[in-house]
Design a protein around this ligand. Structure first.
Ligand SMILES: Cc1cc2nc3c(=O)[nH]c(=O)nc-3n(C[C@H](O)[C@H](O)[C@H](O)COP(=O)(O)OP(=O)(O)OC[C@H]3O[C@@H](n4cnc5c(N)ncnc54)[C@H](O)[C@@H]3O)c2cc1C
Length: 463
């Protein structure tokens, strides 16, 4: 569907300068799908914003003309979050990538939305600081905040919402709103900052973000624990958390994931249910945590517990973990995948993982099970090749989400609603979903901001 006329495109070029408005086929193609790749839908044009003023101009124009605007960070989402379902403008914010103010004395940084998180962390490390949320993909801070992303360190440090202090947001009508403060705590009024965090580009476009930072730990120690059965690994996770250990990462991988990583990265990890653990702190504290973790793992049948000492070895391990998605994609050439993202209370984690494994088996589908176990959050990569397999993959996904909701969990722990999780929203939120829709209508009465995400199109009243 084409949403924009030639006259509108010409007006936009005049407003911003032709170099910022692209209809180049390859750029439209790059912006037509995210990393999840479930849906492909090109925008009518890509606008490369270089300043807040550009964003204001785009939104004022599109709001007046009823043109969809879909913010884009790096496109690493997995639920079609930044895909322009109804054409219009893909508003690419990657050129707005300045660090505006670094205040090490306050453990704070103010950035434009296009800053890539690991590049930020490279700069912060010179000051002994870091920004913990790490989605493992080269994501932008704007996209990370808009998806309320989390990643492997969230078990110790929390997800993005714990780190956003202040936001500058351009609303659908072009108004610039600043919310929050630089105080480390505040009970002043409604918390609009956290309304925008996780709003997936449906309520406004972030143009400046102030983040809280954390000091780099003096000691880091990682370990790899292998188990004869998945159940032993998931029970160990529950005990590790319940023992009050605070690992900086506690990741589960099933044998398929380990096999894929081995093949992709040339490693020789035992192809068994595996936990990757990481502890941070001072030397004796870390050694004691590793000792206790080992004893809990062994109590649950762990057959191999290998300490990984030193930052370099640790980095290699986590690099392998970060490549798990690409490793599994490489092991399933020509196939696409639905990536589940449920999270459940920690005591329900073993039951949830076992349920997911059983469903894959029942439907005769293969797929890796891996995830941020310490938070009760995990992913199943349900690969499919043809329509028949796709229908089965959808049935498995649905069964997994419904089970998670039944266990008191959520449809999405960190990837956001995008398109794929919309159908579960009424069940997960009940009447609250209706209030969310009212908020959407208040901020975006013409429904131009990322239509068809979080809410279905009809409810969105998109153009
Ligand atoms: C290999 C791989 C591993 C991953 N692992 C994790 C993981 O462990 N944890 C995790 O949480 N996620 C993970 N992800 C998902 C993804 O990286 C995150 O959701 C990330 O936050 C997306 O950031 P992005 O910059 O790519 O944003 P995009 O995908 O471009 O956009 C994300 C959403 O934010 C909106 N948006 C972008 N910029 C702005 C802005 N400035 N203002 C308002 N809205 C905006 C978009 O419209 C869209 O709705 C993974 C992805 C991949 C490919």
């Amino acid at each position: 569907m084409r949403a924009m006329t030639e006259a509108q495109l010409e007006a936009l070029r005049k407003l911003l300068g032709p170099e910022k408005v692209s209809q180049n086929e390859s750029e439209l193609k790059v912006h037509a799908r995210d990393e999840g790749g479930q849906i492909e839908s090109p925008p009518d044009c890509v606008v490369y914003a270089e300043s807040r003023d550009d964003v204001v101009k785009v939104l004022q124009f599109c709001n007046d003309e009823g043109i969809p605007v879909v913010p884009w960070g790096a496109g690493t989402s997995l639920e079609a979050n930044p895909v322009a379902l109804y054409g219009g403008v893909c508003l690419d914010l990657s050129r707005m990538n300045a660090i505006k103010a670094l205040r090490p004395e306050d453990f704070q940084v103010t950035v434009e939305p296009g800053v890539v998180h690991y590049e930020l962390n490279k700069k912060l490390s010179k000051h002994g600081l870091f920004f913990p949320p790490d989605p493992g993909a080269p994501a932008t801070i704007g996209g990370i905040v808009a998806n309320n992303a989390a990643g492997i360190q969230a078990v110790k440090y929390g997800s993005v919402k714990h780190y956003v202090l202040q936001l500058e947001v351009v609303l659908a009508n072009g108004e610039v709103l600043r919310c929050g403060s630089r105080a480390m705590r505040s009970s002043s009024g409604y918390d609009l900052v956290h309304l925008f965090v996780g709003s997936e580009g449906t309520l406004g476009v972030f143009t400046e973000i102030t983040l809280k930072l954390v000091g780099l730990p003096p000691e880091v120690s990682a370990a790899v624990a292998s188990f004869p059965a998945l159940e032993g690994a998931t029970r160990a996770v529950v005990e590790l958390v319940q023992a009050g250990l605070s690992p900086a990462a506690l990741e589960l991988m099933d044998p398929i994931t380990v096999r894929d990583i081995n093949a992709f990265k040339g490693l020789t990890l035992p192809e068994a249910p595996t936990l990757f653990l990481e502890f941070r702190g001072n030397g004796p504290e870390v050694a004691e945590d590793v000792r206790l973790a080992r004893s809990i793992c062994e109590g649950n049948g762990c057959t191999r517990f290998e300490s990984v000492v030193g930052r370099e070895a640790r980095d290699r391990l986590w690099e392998a973990r970060h490549h798990a998605y690409y490793a599994s994609a490489a092991a399933n050439p020509g196939k696409r995948a639905i990536i589940t993202d449920v999270a459940v209370p920690i005591s329900k984690f073993p039951e949830m993982v076992e349920f997911a494994r059983g469903k894959l088996e029942e439907f005769g589908l293969g797929g890796p099970i891996l995830g941020h176990a310490g938070d009760g959050n995990f992913h199943v990569g349900i690969f499919y090749g043809d329509e028949q397999e796709r229908a089965k993959a959808q049935a498995v996904n649905e069964a997994i989400v419904l089970k998670a909701l039944e266990l008191g969990g959520t449809a999405t722990g960190e990837h956001g609603v995008g398109v794929g999780k919309i159908k579960f929203m009424p069940r997960e939120h009940g009447a609250s979903y209706g209030w969310m829709r009212r908020i959407k209508e208040l901020f975006d009465p013409n429904g131009i901001l990322n239509p068809g995400k979080v809410f279905p199109l009809e409810a969105d009243r998109a153009p």
